[in-house]
Design a protein around this ligand. Structure first.
Ligand code: PA5
Length: 443
């Protein structure tokens, strides 16, 4: 099985009757999704996306990626939130966090996801003497972080190759018909790709938002979609055995028992950005109406040397979900060392993945004994097919989890508050009253 949920380390914390008791609510959530009658049903485009995606655009994405890989040394991907996390997560999960150094050919850097001037300057330095292209990704076209970075990068590109050639090297992923970016792209003749109206940012990685950068990284996007399609079929069955629903039920049962924090953990650094993507997916979907589990993440064993103490022994407010990756991208054989001067020969003559697995098993047992409920999401490998499968599993679990919590899992009204304050403090026209009010508070 490609992706499954294993609850064997939850037995001490959840009784079978508790799943039975909550299951009717899952049936209701399932029906609301299938019949599009629940909250946020305008944003269910992701449900059938792995089958119904635009095949003509998919082919254009492949062609654009081939073009970028042939005419560029560097691709700068400008986007934030849902227009950033998924692409980077899949690229790093499949290719590793050092893919720019370990692989020949196109280097991919993400920007437009911060207002740090140091980061901006680093990105500019990276382009020095390089042939580069830009993929600007913004549904609205007006997101400050992305628009500001794009303004700088576009000028950099025009100064480097001239406006005409620059126009051939800018790829815009944005709204199908409206918005500043769409208008600009059309007026300049940039190739455009669509962020569908019925797919929210955190559900957009399998649209052009994620697919173009992912294809540029040389990842098989057809396999990615196939994994998601197979997961769609698997997790569309309404049953207590549906693993996506089992995971959603587990989260909700534990939440009701006061476990208000979930820590997603993997013994694999390649999963770091998938963790970030998970945090947006669940955090934006559930954290509203003063409710929701707080999604947090760790990479082990690294973080066992920082968060390990708290997880073992701190306040018992969390549960852990381990992503158990069955096969590493590349294994490493540990040789015996003559003389055994470091005393580590007990680890030798085996693959490092075995050592990593024993570390995981030891951690699970220790944390379990420390009172931490632990669920396992088992994944065959971090390749395109299985990552596509995992993405769909998490989408489905998240949607049902949100409905179990009685929130709209597809909106994110809370993210506007910081923007309004930022605009006011920066003197954006129209925010004058708020500016005065905020400045008093800052005194
Ligand atoms: O999930 C979301 O909707 C957000 O994270 C957005 O994706 C993010 O704010 C970027 O928005 P846009 O694509 O309009 O630039």
């Amino acid at each position: 099985m490609s992706v499954s949920f294993n609850g064997k380390h939850l037995a001490k914390f959840i009784r079978p009757e508790e799943y039975d008791a909550i299951y009717p609510q899952v049936e209701l959530a399932h029906a609301q999704l299938e019949n599009k009658t629940g909250c946020g049903s305008d944003f269910l485009g992701w449900l059938d996306l792995p089958l119904s995606y635009d095949k003509e655009e998919f082919a254009r994405i492949g062609q654009a990626a081939a073009q970028i890989r042939s005419d560029s040394d560097v691709l700068l991907v400008a986007g934030i939130g849902g227009s950033y996390l998924g692409a980077r997560a899949v690229v790093e999960a499949c290719k590793g966090i050092y893919h720019n150094d370990t692989e020949d050919g196109l280097k991919i850097f993400f920007c437009g996801n911060t207002i740090s001037p140091s980061y901006m300057n680093d990105i500019i330095k990276i382009t020095k003497g390089k042939r580069f292209s830009i993929n600007v990704i913004s549904k609205s076209g007006t997101t400050t972080e992305t628009a500001l970075a794009f303004r700088v990068l576009r000028k950099l590109l025009e100064d480097s190759v001239g406006p005409e050639e620059a126009n051939k090297r800018i790829y815009a992923t944005t709204d199908r018909a409206k918005g500043t970016l769409k208008q600009l792209a059309d007026s300049q003749g940039w190739p455009t790709f669509v962020v569908p109206d019925d797919v929210g940012g955190r559900y957009s990685v399998l649209t052009a938002v994620g697919l173009l950068p992912i294809a540029c990284a040389g990842i098989d996007i057809a396999a990615l979609m196939q994994g998601a399609a197979d997961a769609r079929e698997k997790f569309s069955v309404c049953s207590p055995e549906n693993d996506a629903y089992r995971y959603a039920m587990t989260r909700n049962i534990l939440y009701r028992k006061g476990k208000t924090v979930e820590t997603m953990a993997a013994f694999e650094p390649d999963f770091t950005m998938m963790n970030e993507w998970y945090k947006q997916l669940f955090g934006e979907s559930e954290g509203k109406d003063q409710k929701g589990l707080m999604p947090t993440s760790c990479i082990f064993s690294t973080d066992l040397h920082s968060m390990g103490q708290f997880l073992q022994d701190g306040s018992r407010t969390m549960f852990e979900t381990y992503v158990d990756i069955k096969t590493p991208r590349e294994d490493f054989y540990i040789d015996t060392l003559e003389g055994n001067f470091d005393g580590l020969n007990f680890l030798s003559d085996q693959n490092m993945s075995i050592v990593n697995r024993k570390a995981m098993e030891g951690t699970i047992l220790a944390h379990n004994d420390g009172g931490v409920p632990i669920g396992l999401i088992e994944v065959d490998a971090l390749d395109a097919y299985n990552v596509g499968y995992l993405i769909y599993f998490l989408w489905k679990a998240c949607a049902v989890s949100g409905y179990l919590l009685s929130v709209n899992p597809f909106d994110q009204p809370g993210v506007e508050s910081y923007k309004k304050n930022m605009f006011a403090l920066l003197g954006k026209p129209g925010y004058e009253d708020r500016k005065a009010e905020l400045e008093v508070k800052l005194r």
